[in-house]
Design a binder for this molecule. Sequence first.
Ligand SMILES: Cc1ncc(C[n+]2csc(CCOP(=O)(O)OP(=O)(O)O)c2C)c(N)n1
Ligand SMILES: CC(=O)[C@@H](O)[C@H](O)COP(=O)(O)O
Ligand SMILES: [Mg+2]
Length: 645
Amino acid sequence: MKLLTQINSPDDLKKLNIEQLQQVCCELREYIIDQLSHNPGHFASSLGTVELTVALHYIYNTPYDRLVWDVGHQAYSHKILTGRRDMFPSNRKLGGISGFPNPKESEYDTFVSGHASTSISAALGMAVAAHLNHEEDRHVVAIIGDGAMTGGLAYEGLNNACSQPNNLLIILNDNDMSIDHNVGGLREYLIKLTTSAKYNKIRYGIYQAFKQKKLIDEDKKNFIIRFNNSIKSLLTRQQNMFEGFNIRYFGPIDGHDLPELIRVLRNIKDMKGPKLLHIKTIKGKGYAPAEKSATIWHAPGLFDKETGERIIKRSKDQPQLYQDVFGHTLVELAEKNEKIVGVTPAMPTGCSMNYLMEKFPERTFDVGIAEEHAVTFSAGLAKEGFIPFCNIYSSFMQRAYDQVIHDVALQKLKVILCLDRAGLVGEDGPTHHGVFDLAYLRPIPNLTIAAPLNEHDLRNLMYTAVYGNEGPFVIRYPKGQGELKNWQNTMQIIPIGKGRKLRDGERIAVLSIGKIGNDAAKAIEKAAEIGIFAAHYDLLFLKPIDKELLTEIAQNYAYLITVENGVIAGGMGDAVTDFLTVHHYNDIRVRKLGIKDEFVTQGSIDELKHLCGIDEDSIFEAIMEANEVIKNTNKVNTIKKLSGH
Ligand SMILES: Cc1ncc(C[n+]2csc(CCOP(=O)(O)OP(=O)(O)O)c2C)c(N)n1
Ligand SMILES: CC(=O)[C@@H](O)[C@H](O)COP(=O)(O)O
Ligand SMILES: [Mg+2]
């Protein structure tokens, strides 16, 4: 019988000896590999944290002690060990457990995660709260990857960590990988730190010797700091960045050496003051294909666990992914215009900017998980005459809101903001749905905001942003496949702020923006087959909105259905009703289909579209209802006329 099946909570782990704990690590890996082969999720990161997770739950008294996982995509072992082993097959599915920590799901999950670099701040808040609550025995641990450590928020947390009493432990899980290769000065620094391991070993050894001889009083923090500083200057003149922040640094140690991890965690557990343990791990540890190609195996989809072959269902003659249309088109544009550059905050593979990176490495910038910086950096490039395509997933762009306003829009800089993964994204769930962008960008002056119906539109919009517009231009497009077999049109400038009529109709008009318009088109066709003819308008631009087209619509239709893959509040439907109100079209009925005022759960995109009432069936039903309303209104009007009212 497997040991893992006997572990229902971390208490069960605590009864095991070191060999048994190592056995648990092997079984965890085996289970994760097996499960993810047929139920896709984040793979390589969780394989890299197996020993760390076992060690943490073994040493700490969870859930009383708090573990805060950064991003949370590496916490599968944590989930399995904390009572969710049998639920793990439902990971990321509709109604199943979340792929990220979520306190609603388990008391062992201390904080919602999904977006990077939040753990130090959240954990520091908890550690300071423990102090204020006189719970000095409560330990708080933030576990953050080297990729997440490139985000500005992590440094805001670090900077604040020594300002008030707390005993926070930060574990820096350094595998020299983000999704793609990690980048930047921090990466260089961590490599240097690792190679100067000897210095750290001596320093740690001396510290232990002093402690054993009771030369260190843990409560006298000042002494500790002086001690650290003097040892440091004794051994070398090297300045440790973390100690520069008055955070004690330990490591680097091998994050797959379970006995060593347990020993070090036990030793530093009760040390007072903020501290950081640097562990070195291998992303994908224990599964050879993943160790070899960690980027692909970050989230590989389905695979054959025996051969390591990925199972890709999309055949060659199917439409391209939107991200690939973006990536290839960017190369095409950059080949003809040397001012075009690409900027990505740590998602070159995710958004397919890796094509540009291969072709023009000197004109492509992966700036780390730093959305705010990516936008302002792009603004700086634009100020000097370059044309940056700054590609950020819609939900991650939330981080850079002020930068869009203050650094781009206010100065009318020609930054082309491409928001990939706009709309519902599926299994990643509420942390990742890109459903707020239309609403949060619409109020910003000077922005042009567009959403393509298909791949040709996407290419034309990219072209127009370069050659047909001055100033900032936002293009939002969804996750997944496009619509067309032949996506490579000859690009052309399209008029800014112009929508289009796709189909004529009677009394009812459906107004859509973006890819969701294809679902609307199918619903309209289905309604037409039973004799109900709704018109279809694709707005294409949210801003400037096509007033001429809206006037035409207002004058010709009695019932409008707006459809968007985004929140209703502040989105396209609201823009339409704002127009109708301002222009006194008060007797037109409007039904808004979009995301209601609640966070949307996880599931496949199709399931979620249905749940949110924006799939083909829901749009069809809305047309049927509109038809009923119109019929009844006609009846009432006829009765009114006949009875002379
Ligand atoms: C704000 C934000 N930007 C981008 C991402 C996408 N993302 C998820 S994991 C990841 C890499 C994280 O690297 P690291 O923290 O080192 O963890 P590892 O996968 O190496 O274990 C990125 C860029 C995100 N989750 N949040
Ligand atoms: C954890 C995280 O934020 C990313 O790994 C994200 O899940 C990527 O999404 P895509 O798989 O759509 O690129
Ligand atoms: Mg990493």
